[in-house]
Write a protein that binds this ligand. Structure first.
Ligand code: KIV
Ligand code: NA
Length: 264
């Protein structure tokens, strides 16, 4: 087996083959998703929420993401592992972006990086691409900008659809290997998907993008409580883990565990 390359994702688009992407932040899920045939794994800055327990993605740092990237890379053989550049690690310009991205490639062993933004971050994408670092872009709703976007809201409704399209075209022209489209109307996502040559990866962007991504804890039902509309739960890991935990606790209290079988 060898690693998936960005070029294969574009060839899949040309053949009309859709592909799945998931987040991963640890060795067990990374190995499992890799063996299940997920071609691209994202060590998202959503680790802020899903690993570190923050309310938003803003607080997580490069130093906090780095060991997670290393774990996911070590645990996979085939998946292309993308390191998400956190808030504050690339906005100053191409020089800062390059410094951060080089760390993720060198120390983290990542195969690509991702950053949020459209036309305004095109210079960063171009600089990284020129340096040999594949970059995934992320337009539409960009969680790192939630304070200026007015919270979790669909982007690109009505006339604003052209803004999303202009952002996607700009990042593709700057060299992005793929573009995440988050919370945009389906018709806008469809238009973007036909207008750019590289794959679009939807999350809350309807059925017509080239790929789909979800946060794994949402997909597998480990996270409970209010869920965005774009999430589909394919399992109830929270329920399964709660049941296992209660059974263990109960057996310890009753003395049913351990028995001679578990003892030396
Ligand atoms: O950090 C993340 O999980 C993401 C994906 C949802 C695209 O950016
Ligand atoms: Na992210």
């Amino acid at each position: 087996t060898r690693r998936v390359r960005a070029r294969e994702l574009t060839l899949a688009k040309e053949r009309g083959e859709k592909w799945p992407m998931l987040t991963s932040y640890d060795q067990y899920t990374a190995a499992l998703f890799d063996q299940a045939g997920i071609p691209v794994l994202l060590v998202g800055d959503s680790a802020a929420n899903n690993v570190y327990g923050h309310e938003t993605t803003l607080p997580v740092t490069v130093d906090e993401l780095m060991p997670l990237v290393r774990a996911v890379v070590r645990a996979t053989k085939r998946a292309l592992v993308v390191a998400d550049m956190p808030f504050g690690s690339y906005e100053e310009g191409p020089t800062q972006a390059l410094r951060t991205a080089v760390r993720f490639m060198k120390e983290g062993g990542a195969h690509a990086v991702k950053l949020e933004g459209g036309r305004t971050v095109a210079p960063q994408i171009e600089a990284l691409t020129n340096a040999g670092i594949p970059v995934m872009a992320h337009v539409g709703f960009t969680p790192q900008r939630e304070h200026t976007l007015g919270g979790y809201r669909v982007q690109g409704r009505g006339d604003q659809g052209d803004e999303v399209l202009a952002d996607a075209v700009a990042v593709a022209e700057a060299g992005a290997i793929a573009v995440v489209l988050e919370m945009v109307p389906s018709d806008v996502a469809k238009k973007v998907t036909t207008e750019i040559a590289v794959p679009t990866i939807g999350i809350g962007a309807g059925p017509d993008t080239d790929a789909q991504v979800l946060v794994w804890q949402d997909m597998a039902g480990l996270r409970t409580g209010h869920m965005p509309r774009f999430v589909k739960r394919y399992a109830d890991l929270a329920g399964a883990l709660t049941d296992a935990t209660k059974a263990f606790a109960e057996e310890v209290r009753s003395g049913a565990f351990p028995t001679g079988d578990h003892s030396f």
